[in-house]
Design a protein around this ligand. Structure first.
Ligand code: B3K
Ligand code: ZN
Length: 882
């Protein structure tokens, strides 16, 4: 294998040739699909002259013919290699027509044109269009598209592409054709094509200016009863973007197609989104509250891309966060408005800390705008997406909602129809507000999670309170020394009565609001408050105002106090999590030295008070009483030594079980009080009740008595919705009881024809804490409903075992590691994107004890030595081993 080439941001040059229009003619067949493409090409005279060749990208295709301005190119007029078509002598303007033969039926990478079940579909982002035809496959080449699709009428009655349907007709050989024209210029990664026999749910949306847009959701016929929620979510998203950002939809038709085989969540192709069916299909019997919430979120995300990503797109792939960070921020705000703001914030920060912080501290650490990559697909990361959204959130916090809106208005006005970079976005924010973001830009270029330490000093005599902040960002593989960041810290001060104090900074004539945003810019800075009547407890980083690690030096008592009364719900939750984490880290220490673990009565009491607090939102209580997971504890443990998965599991298990024993009757009562009275509804109040009820069930399950397992099995039997059904079954799945196997079997019997529900069935068995789980997972690989070619199945079975079951995966024998490496090697040949996602679990191997390190390293080396290793896997593994 040749050493893969690294691409650098600093090497970016605009294209030598523009493509103004592309007309595609795609003849779909079971074998040998033909793609004819006609490009109108124009030299970019700023970059190129008559000596500059035209270089197009392409792979896995057979060139049948090429014509320049209508004249066939002879073989000496062009060269091809595995990835390029080079034409040396071209005029300043010309048309180029190429015809290629491709094999979508053999495409298991699910990039470019491929088959999913009985249909054809495409995925072009990031660089899949080059699997369809010869083209300058880069986002700064924006062209007008037209596309004629020809296919068998019976098998593929529905033929879709971007834009508007302008013509169609029948052929006398049983085929038909449809022509689509997209009036908006776009980069090729937004091209899409779908062909199949699909059911269509139709609706319309009237925009704020009074235009009617046809909304169509296409699914396999058997799923016709599972599209309503997705449609409702789409309508809500369209309305929200008009209200929150003044953004209206621009085409007369918006289409969503659900496919079963899909590498990620969904894709925002212009006017024709293609979705993983998991984020479209739902009804109460088959989808959980979390599924409904995710559908609404992903539908919104892809819709919002129409302005942030499609109309204004990326100059190059390094700018990915320009569309992804911004669009994630937008979908987070949308979800907050649709559900509960604090609960949504808690859920988002949980993800950030559990996945992004470790990424920032590991071998794949990269800035929100990466400076280099080997394979772009490896950079669709939590850093680019979630940390990118945090960076936008900080801009929003610094400017306030109105200033932020002024900034987005200017951004849309200035750059509509362009391919731009992050500077243009931040520049519009700065210009619209007269703000200075020059230091702030370091968030885009410095990787690593900054650590903010706080020292506090109360002066009783002068009634002043000083907070001294120091910040430092740990070195990452790409950069040793980091400059200080511009960090907004939202802060409140609580008096002994638990109330917020009015805040008056030195130099101010009167107190301001009870939450203030302090802006850190230097490595060390002190802020002094005056007229502070008593020593306060500070509530720092309210709402998680910056993606940093906070070291506030709280005592247990202070944390318990904040957990009981902070008016900022995020910090209230966070105080509880920190307290529980600290308690469990101490238990881990005790367990490792052989001291009998013990849980302090005040911790149990503080837990009980929150459980029974009727003033709090139930979803919030459920979040507050979900203890940090084993993975979260592993991250914390790694800050001061090697991760010990056995001790972590033992400590957490002990904590949950002790709480369950001490609060058994409270949990039983909470369970009873929160049963659903009426039919299932997807509404915040009902979701809150279910989450609290199922939280109680989870704790009760840890009692592991025959009475409890009978009770849980009965809940499983009785459940009339998937949220309750799967909650009960997953509690049972961890229990060594006689009800377990029959329940798992019954679930299969009931749902064997629903592929999405079966994903849950696979995942739950893979996540079971029981011994023998790895053998079960291996056996399930052979199950007729499992397929290694289907990414959802891979994530459900292999992903759940390796990612959600850390205790069993990190078994000291190394069997889990060997299992993962076998699967990665197998997937490498089938679907490199999924293989590289899976192998990333091993990125943190250096954080474990010497024994496990050696075992993981052996497997990484074995993967690295695999013949025909894809660039995707190579990049992850070589960085992990470096
Ligand atoms: N833009 C797509 C992700 C494409 C991933 C390509 N490997 C989904 C999204 O973020 O909306
Ligand atoms: Zn996106």
């Amino acid at each position: 294998m040749e050493t893969p080439q690294v691409k650098y941001l600093r090497d970016y040059r605009p294209p030598a040739y523009w493509v103004d229009t592309i007309d595609l003619n795609v003849e779909l067949k079971e074998t040998d699909t033909l793609v004819r493409s006609t490009l109108t090409v124009r030299r970019n005279t700023d970059e190129a002259d008559e000596t500059t060749p035209l270089i197009l990208n392409g792979r896995n295709m057979e060139l049948m013919s090429a014509m320049l301005d209508g004249n066939p190119l002879s073989e000496d007029q062009y060269q091809t290699d595995a990835e390029h078509l080079t034409i040396s002598d071209v005029p300043a303007r010309f048309t180029l027509e190429t015809t290629v033969k491709i094999q979508p039926q053999q495409n298991t990478s699910l990039e470019g044109l491929y088959r999913s079940g009985g249909m054809f579909c495409t995925q072009c982002e990031a660089e899949g269009f080059r699997n369809i035809t010869w083209f300058p496959d880069r986002p700064d080449v924006m062209a007008r598209y037209s596309c004629t699709i020809v296919a068998d009428r019976k098998k593929y009655p529905i033929l879709l592409s971007n834009g508007n349907l302008t013509d169609s007709g029948d052929m006398d050989d049983g085929r038909h054709w449809v022509r689509w024209e997209d009036p908006f210029k776009k980069p090729c990664y937004l091209f899409a094509l779908v062909a199949g026999d699909l059911f269509c749910l139709e609706d319309t949306f009237r925009t704020q200016s009074g235009r009617d847009v046809a909304l169509r959701i296409f699914v396999e016929h058997e799923n016709r009863d599972k599209c309503d929620y997705a449609m409702q979510s789409l309508r809500k998203s369209m309305k929200w973007d008009e209200e929150a950002y003044g953004r209206e939809y621009d085409l007369d038709i918006y289409m969503i197609v659900a496919v079963n085989d899909f590498n990620m969540g969904a894709m925002e192709n212009k006017g024709l989104n293609v979705f993983n069916s998991k984020y479209v299909l739902a009804k109460p019997e088959t989808a959980t509250d979390a599924d409904f919430w995710n559908i609404e979120r992903v539908i919104a995300h892809e819709y919002f891309h129409n302005w942030t990503g499609n109309r204004i797109t990326l100059r190059n792939w390094f700018q990915l966060s320009l569309k992804e960070g911004l669009t994630v921020f937008r979908d987070q705000e949308f979800s907050s408005d649709m559900t509960s703001r604090p609960v949504k914030r808690i859920a988002d920060v949980r993800v950030l800390r559990a996945y992004q912080f470790p990424e920032d501290g590991g071998p794949m650490a990269h800035p929100v705008r990466p400076a280099s990559y080997i394979k772009m697909d490896n950079f669709y990361t939590v850093t680019v997406y979630e940390k990118g959204a945090e960076v936008i959130r900080m801009i929003h916090r610094l400017l306030g909602p109105e200033g932020f809106r002024k900034g987005t208005d200017l951004y849309f006005e200035r750059h509509d129809g362009q391919a731009v970079s992050i500077e243009e976005f931040v520049g519009a924010m700065a210009d619209a507000n007269g703000a200075d973001f020059s230091q702030f830009m370091r968030w885009y270029s410095q990787a690593g999670t900054p650590e903010v330490t706080v020292k506090r000093a109360y002066d009783a005599e002068n009634r002043t309170y000083a907070l001294t902040f120091t910040q430092k960002c740990p070195p990452t593989p790409d950069m040793a020394d980091k400059a200080p960041m511009h960090i907004p810290v939202a802060l409140g001060l609580l008096g002994r009565d638990g109330e917020d104090m009015p805040l008056q900074l030195r130099g101010e004539s009167e107190p301001g609001p009870t939450t203030r945003v302090l802006e850190l810019r230097a490595a060390e800075e002190t802020f002094e408050f005056v007229n502070v009547p008593e020593a306060p407890v500070p509530s720092i980083l309210r709402g998680f105002s910056a993606p940093v690690r906070l070291r506030a030096g709280y005592t247990d008592e202070e944390q318990a106090f904040l957990f009981a009364c902070d008016s900022d719900e995020f910090n209230r939750w966070d105080a509880g999590q920190n307290l529980f984490a600290k308690v469990m880290l101490r238990l881990i220490r005790d367990i490792r030295v052989g001291t009998a673990p013990d849980l302090r009565p005040d911790m149990i009491e503080s837990f009980r008070q929150t459980l029974r607090n009727t003033d709090l939102d139930k979803s919030f209580i459920a979040q507050a009483l979900t203890l940090p997971t084993e993975s979260e504890l592993a991250i914390l443990m790694s800050e001061s030594g090697d991760i010990d998965p056995d001790a972590i599991h033992a400590a957490r298990h002990f904590t949950v079980r002790t709480l369950a024993q001490a609060l058994k009757s409270d949990f039983e009562q909470v369970f009873d009080e929160n049963r659903d009275a009426g039919p299932y509804r997807v509404e915040p109040e009902a979701i809150g009740r279910r989450s609290l009820k199922n939280l109680a069930l989870g704790y009760l399950g840890k009692l592991e008595t025959p009475a409890v397992s009978r009770f849980i099995a009965a809940q499983f039997q009785k459940a009339d919705n998937m949220t309750d059904e799967i909650a009960a079954l997953s509690v049972l799945s961890h229990m060594d009881c006689e009800e377990r196997e029959p329940a798992i079997a019954r679930f299969y019997e009931r749902w064997q024809s629903d592929v999405l529900v079966l994903d849950k069935w696979f995942a739950l068995q893979a996540a079971a804490r029981l011994p023998g789980t790895l053998d079960k997972v291996k056996a399930l690989l052979e199950h007729p409903d499992f397929s290694i070619k289907n990414p959802n199945k891979v994530r459900a079975l292999i992903g759940a075992f390796c990612g959600m079951n850390p205790w069993r995966f990190h078994d000291a024998s190394g069997a889990g590691y060997e299992f993962l490496a076998d699967r990665v090697i197998e997937l490498n040949a089938i679907n490199p994107q999924i293989a590289s996602r899976m192998v990333a679990v091993l990125n943190h191997w250096k954080k474990y004890d010497a024994g496990r390190q050696a075992l993981m390293k052996t497997q990484l080396e074995r993967i690295a030595a695999t013949p025909d290793l894809s660039e995707n896997v190579y990049e992850i593994v070589s960085k992990a081993l470096a």
